[in-house]
Design a protein around this ligand. Structure first.
Ligand SMILES: [Zn+2]
Length: 296
């Protein structure tokens, strides 16, 4: 039995993806990893969620455990330096951060980001500095607020699966982290194009995101359904692109953990966006498993 600590790693965060979005979406590539799990995240927005993940505390399955090659684990990673535990852990490590652990173990540590917390040019950002190599394809925070509702393709991390996979494959061992903004507002992808109606809906939604106020009935049920449907289709586009990545990496049989960093409120109890400790934000989709080559 191969030690999971020796496996290459692919850690993917689907930014803002609700659990019920993953239930509705058709995701044949994600399903290669194993069943969709309902999980609980430690952060309500991108920064604290990723700090927890990078410390080894990825979302906890609410019902059930991680299944890796037929073995059950309560957690994938756990730093045992300060908090010894008897819970079954696939890859125990010492030290504060996964990237430091894998780097010291001889892995090439590669990251790619799409939302602005990962923009290395922003002086307040430090997450990209944790990686040996970091790719940022997203917009800069300096973008005027009124251009946030826009069509996206090249700015999406998963528009570039070949670049990321080839960089990883070139290393003897790799830890590859990818933050995917396709499921983050404005949910636009080549699979989710803007119409006059959805553009107007998204402009209203951005204002509600910004206000963080409780605003009951700000959208009619069919308008909420349209916005939710855009996130579902954005996830299906991410699945298609992850299929390209997986095909290039499957022969390495990496350990893959794929989850949302947090969810998104679509008027749940009157609020929109994320950053609030509401179950629609703290409950996230999770897949984990060993990626293997598909049988012909
Ligand atoms: Zn996020």
């Amino acid at each position: 039995m191969r030690d999971h600590a020796d496996r290459d790693v692919v850690l993917v965060t689907l930014d803002s993806c609700r659990y019920d979005t993953a239930v509705q979406a058709v995701t044949p590539n994600l399903d290669r990893l194993g069943p969709l799990l309902q999980a609980e995240t430690s952060g309500t927005f991108t920064l604290p969620a990723h700090v927890a993940f990078f410390s080894g505390m990825t979302p906890r399955p609410l019902d059930g455990e991680h299944d890796l090659a037929g073995q059950q684990y309560r957690s994938i990673w756990r730093s045992t330096a300060a908090r010894p535990s008897t819970a079954a852990t696939a890859v125990p490590f010492t030290g504060p951060m996964l990237m430091d652990h894998y780097s010291r173990s001889g892995f090439k540590v590669i990251g790619a980001g799409g939302v602005t917390f990962f923009d290395p040019k922003e002086p307040g950002n430090w997450l990209p500095s944790l990686f040996d190599t970091f790719y940022y394809f997203g917009r800069t925070n300096a973008t005027a607020a009124d251009t946030r509702v826009r069509y996206r393709e090249e700015s999406l991390t998963l528009a570039h699966p070949e670049i990321l996979a080839d960089d990883a494959r070139a290393a003897k061992r790799f830890f590859l982290f990818i933050n995917c903004p396709s499921t983050h507002i404005p949910y636009t992808t080549p699979n989710t194009r803007l119409t006059n109606r959805t553009r107007a809906l998204l402009e209203r939604l951005y204002r509600l995101h910004d206000s963080k106020q409780v605003t009951p009935d700000a959208f009619a049920p069919d308008e909420v359904a349209s916005l939710h449907s855009m996130q579902v289709r954005a996830l299906e586009w991410a699945d298609q692109q992850l299929g390209i990545l997986f095909d290039r990496l499957a022969d390495r049989e990496p350990l893959v953990v794929l989850c949302a960093d947090h969810g998104e409120e679509f008027g749940d109890d009157g609020r929109y966006g994320h950053g609030h400790p509401h179950p629609s934000v703290t409950t996230v989709p999770l897949w984990s498993g060993i990626l293997r080559q598909e049988q012909p």
